[in-house]
Design a protein around this ligand. Sequence first.
Ligand code: URA
Length: 221
Amino acid sequence: MTNELEILTKEILVCEECHLKLGRTQVVPGIYGPQKSICFVGEAPGYYEDQQGLPFVGKSGELLDNMLKDTGLAREKDVSILNVIKCRPTTDNGQNRTPTDSELRFCGETWLHKQLSLLSPRLIVTLGGIALKFFIPNGKVTQLAGQLVKFDESNYVFVTYHPAYILRKKTLEMMEEYNSHFEQILSLYQKETFDQEYEQVIGKDGQSSMKTNQKSLKDFL
Ligand code: URA
């Protein structure tokens, strides 16, 4: 970990900027892989993550680790695993809940942006709709899954499902699609440059303005 990342992480660990501090056991800053690698971005810590202070350590994390392993990658050694939100959002009776848009924006802009600027990932992968919403507010996973989407001047996200969604669906088709996404992620990572010919530009409003033809990544890898 670079010095700057270490300093930033220490700040995240003692964050008292919002009400989410009230329901947390621990802050979950994330796990860092090398710079210029792949950053997987999830939503927020759940019960187990909050207990352990680590991202994706429950059932979803198990699936994510297996998907990475099948792709020949491992958390920390090769890739970073972060969440947009660093503290577990809870209901009044202590259950997990979906973060609000303002929690997402506030925590993401306060911490995730800084983490990403220090990690300079070659590729950001959003896991599920909430993480996607942070980068592309009106983007829908159902429409964009399996696609590489440029969301500002020079940054792309590869859109895929949250592992919890795959675990809920539990169909062979979903598993196959998820596998193909991870293969695409690896191929993209290994590519010298992303193919401009198929670059898709999605505005902050979620409207797609295609530079050329709308193809999914599958079509050209
Ligand atoms: N779900 C997420 O989005 N992140 C975690 O860290 C765990 C579950």
